[in-house]
Design a protein around this ligand. Structure first.
Ligand code: RB5
Length: 149
């Protein structure tokens, strides 16, 4: 299960991503926003990320204008590793190396064609583990105010 969310700036791209997921038969839930009316990205980010942390969704796909605000908000939720991506390589390697559980994109930065490619590679790529697990553990330790240096 994937949870998808956006602010008003990301709303049209969110709808395109939903249609894409439907075409591919990928189950998703929409955590808002539900219209192009102004809607703050922190609300959507927290709602979607809470679902990931609660185990109600495996991964989040988050869209705002730049992808940055929504990724900053997402990364404040304990247990979330959100990556703001606008290229294929980053969307792939943030799964391989960072075990990212939230993909953030900027609807004012990239077009729908690229966004859908990023969604696909993000959802299809497994975490490599191994030496990368240690680094992911360190990220999560920082989240718990532990010193990793
Ligand atoms: C909304 O105007 C815009 O600020 C927001 O979508 C996002 O780009 C913030 O990071």
């Amino acid at each position: 299960m994937v949870v998808i969310a956006s602010d008003h700036a990301g709303y049209p791209l969110k709808e395109e991503i939903k249609a894409h997921l439907e075409e591919k038969g990928i189950e998703y839930t929409d955590a808002g926003c539900y219209s192009p009316e102004r809607y703050d990205y922190a609300k959507s980010a927290q709602k979607a990320c809470d679902m990931v942390v609660a185990g109600e969704a495996d991964k989040a796909i988050l869209v705002c204008g730049t992808g940055i605000g929504i990724s900053m908000a997402a990364n404040k939720v304990k247990g979330i590793r959100a990556a703001c991506c606008s290229d294929y390589f980053s969307a792939k390697y943030t799964r391989l190396h960072n075990d990212a559980n939230a993909l953030c994109m900027g609807a004012r930065v990239i077009g729908a064609g690229l966004a859908l490619e990023l969604v696909d590679v993000f959802l299809e790529t497994e975490f490599e583990g191994g030496r990368h697990q240690t680094r992911v553990d360190q990220i999560m330790a920082i989240e718990n105010d532990e010193k990793v240096y």
